[in-house]
Write a protein that binds this ligand. Structure first.
Ligand code: FBP
Length: 316
């Protein structure tokens, strides 16, 4: 007897039933992110064929060069989420400030990175869309602990949708033959420890003292140690979630407050890692407790398996 696979839409509807006051609005919002993810996936998968790799000549809110696929993914997500009628405000890595839909505003605030690691698309390395959802509130700069959902869509060897609504982390793989995300990784638990570290060591000499001590000690004493660094946060964090280990993007001389964005990259991925039994640290704080002062705040980050993070924290 063939066991039918569970589609993402069915799973989301099922989860909705565990929220007695659910209106269906949140479910609608998540399925719209899923829909946009499928379209972005189809474009990412053929970047080499269509002239979507080129630079637009524009720079985004944080002075990064914008490439066509960035702009395409950003516009698609903005339009799709706005059209859902579930959004009170949107915040994208590509926009300087919050965007408020003119009409039929909803209850949710969505932060997203339309294509994390996009500088890797022209060499066919895994990239991804990262999203983080909050309930609307007077102050939109809420700590990550207030997220009601977070996730990412990975455009790699297969296309995956990984998310949490605070009840564990679940993964779905896109079956291109039917165009549906099917449950492939239920209730993901990060391994408690793995001898794998992921950091751009080209900046080693500019890292803070704790990180240098930790890396020196690791390389001197760790049996079977592996270094794995893709240079696409969503890909490096996904590997860490599944195989364990530690991902680091520490503060350095050029980025004393860290390079990655707190609300758009660090908080959603830290929430996922914590929901899978891992840990995340920014300086000496849990990033999810940091009160943001601006939409594009940056922070140093170390996240991964609990024992790997404990060893990192022990290096004062
Ligand atoms: P964006 O591509 O979304 O700007 O993300 C930044 C990023 O590419 C991360 O995905 C990655 O972890 C990091 O920068 C790589 O930084 P570096 O090239 O300094 O190692």
């Amino acid at each position: 007897m063939h066991t039918p696979s569970i589609s993402l839409t069915e799973f989301i509807l099922d989860e909705e039933r565990s929220f007695p006051d659910a209106t269906g609005g949140f479910t609608h919002l998540l399925t719209q992110i899923e829909y946009a993810g499928k379209i972005i996936a189809s474009h990412v998968k053929k970047t080499g064929l269509v002239d979507i790799l080129g630079k637009t000549g524009e720079v985004n809110a944080t002075h990064d060069e914008v490439i066509e696929i960035d702009r395409f993914s950003n516009n698609l997500l903005m339009d799709t989420l706005e059209a859902s009628g579930q959004v009170y405000a949107l915040a994208s890595e590509e926009l300087a400030d919050f965007h408020y839909p003119e009409k039929n505003q909803g209850e949710y605030v969505v932060f997203f990175d339309p294509l994390d690691g996009s500088s890797n698309t022209d060499v066919d390395i895994t990239v991804g869309t990262i999203f983080s959802i909050y309930k609307k509130s007077d102050n939109l700069l809420q700590p990550g602990s207030k997220q009601i959902a977070a996730g990412y869509i990975l455009y790699g060897t297969s296309v995956m949708f990984i998310y949490t609504v605070g009840h564990g982390v679940h993964g779905f793989t896109l079956d291109p033959s039917i165009g549906s995300f099917l449950l492939s990784h239920r209730d993901i638990k990060i391994p408690s420890y793995a001898p794998i570290y992921s950091v751009n060591e080209a900046y080693y000499h500019t890292f803070d003292e704790r990180t240098r001590k930790y890396l020196d000690d690791l390389k001197k004493h760790e049996e079977g140690l592996k270094s794995r660094y893709v240079g696409s946060m969503v890909a490096d964090v996904h590997r860490t979630l599944i195989k364990g280990g530690i991902f680091l993007n520490p503060s350095d001389r050029e980025n004393p407050n860290g390079k990655l964005r707190l609300m758009i990259e660090i908080n959603p991925l830290s929430y996922i890692i914590e929901q899978a039994g891992g840990k995340a640290i920014s300086g000496d704080k849990n990033p999810l407790d940091i009160i943001p002062s601006s939409l594009h705040d940056r922070a140093p980050i170390a996240l991964g398996s609990p024992e790997n993070i404990d060893r990192y924290l022990a290096k004062r």
